[in-house]
Design a protein around this ligand. Structure first.
Ligand SMILES: NC(=O)c1ccc[n+]([C@@H]2O[C@H](COP(=O)([O-])OP(=O)(O)OC[C@H]3O[C@@H](n4cnc5c(N)ncnc54)[C@H](OP(=O)(O)O)[C@@H]3O)[C@@H](O)[C@H]2O)c1
Length: 268
């Protein structure tokens, strides 16, 4: 497994996405993922599944220090007075003293960014979040966080897959030693029957989905967090570290990138 340097910590380049997983299905999936070797779990206050994840981790017997857990604060809890209690509630549900990465889930123009980041930095200083970051931030918002508020932003988690060109975000992140975590890395299933991916995959004995994920994690500073439920998909998504896409293949795939978004940025 490749990993990404994140302000001194190591983030496994492949994590498990858990949006829309809840109840027993979530607990079983996370448990199975940990058994298969996943060590990076992505959740959020808004997903309503932190307690299930906490139980699955506790039951797995996997040492906390070998896990990388991300959670996110939703838009209604970004005031300074809410950030600490919200994070504490997440920690309690996750049955842990710290998260590896704490993110602002979505920017909220009605709360001053500096206020939220200030409260998050206090959590970082207290050791409750090893690193802090943002999600769904534009380049301008990333720049505001870094340069105006001097916040140690470790990553921006954004929608990123072969159908969506994210060059400006990637370039900014790279210039400022930030990671990019790709959500919807399989374009929520849209990529699994892609002919170009399937053809390239055939040469490597891999599926289209595996090539789509490999294309992401092969990029410097990029991690991917596909959500999968059954054992077959969970296992397949981990098996992307035993092959390499060569430069002509990467070039061909780069030419596919377009403007297809799964999650509208203005849904709020
Ligand atoms: N920060 C944000 O605002 C934000 C927004 C959206 C998502 N996210 C995070 O990103 C994660 C991933 O995004 P997503 O769940 O929306 O979409 P995704 O990971 O692109 O796609 C998930 C879909 O792909 C299928 N799949 C997974 N592995 C497969 C494989 N090897 N072959 C074929 N199909 C496969 C899954 O099916 P099965 O479940 O049946 O295996 C599921 O239907 C989320 O779970 C969440 O943690 C964050």
């Amino acid at each position: 497994m490749l990993s990404i340097e994140l302000h001194g910590a190591k983030m496994p380049a492949l994590g498990l996405g858990t949006w829309q997983l809840s109840g027993t299905a979530c607990e079983t999936t996370v448990r199975r993922a940990l058994e298969l070797g996943y060590r990076h779990i992505d959740t959020a206050e808004m997903y309503g599944n932190e307690a299930e994840i906490g139980r699955a981790v506790a039951a797995s017997g996997v040492a906390r220090k070998s896990l990388f857990i991300t959670t996110k604060i939703w838009t209604n809890h970004l005031r300074a007075k809410d950030v600490g209690p919200t994070a504490e509630s997440s920690l309690k549900k996750l049955k842990t003293d710290y998260v590896d990465l704490l993110l602002i889930h979505w920017p909220n123009a009605s709360v001053p960014l500096g206020e939220t980041l200030g409260a998050m930095m206090k959590l970082k200083d207290a050791g409750k979040a090893k690193a802090i970051g943002v999600s769904n931030f534009s380049v301008g918002q990333m720049n505001e966080a870094l340069t105006r508020h001097k916040a140690p932003i470790a990553c921006n988690q954004v929608e990123y897959h072969l159908l969506l060109n994210q060059r400006p975000i990637l370039d900014y992140a790279h210039r400022h030693s930030m990671a990019v975590v790709a959500y919807c890395p399989l374009a929520r299933g849209k990529l699994i029957n892609n002919r170009t991916l399937a053809r390239i995959g055939q040469k490597h004995g891999k599926t289209a989905a595996q090539v789509a994920l490999r294309w992401l994690v092969q990029q410097p500073g990029v991690a991917a967090i596909p959500k999968a439920t059954g054992e077959v998909n969970l296992r397949a998504n981990l098996e992307i570290f035993d092959f390499v896409l060569d430069p002509p293949e990467v070039e061909e795939l780069n030419r596919l990138t377009g403007n297809t978004r799964i999650i509208a940025l203005d849904w709020q």
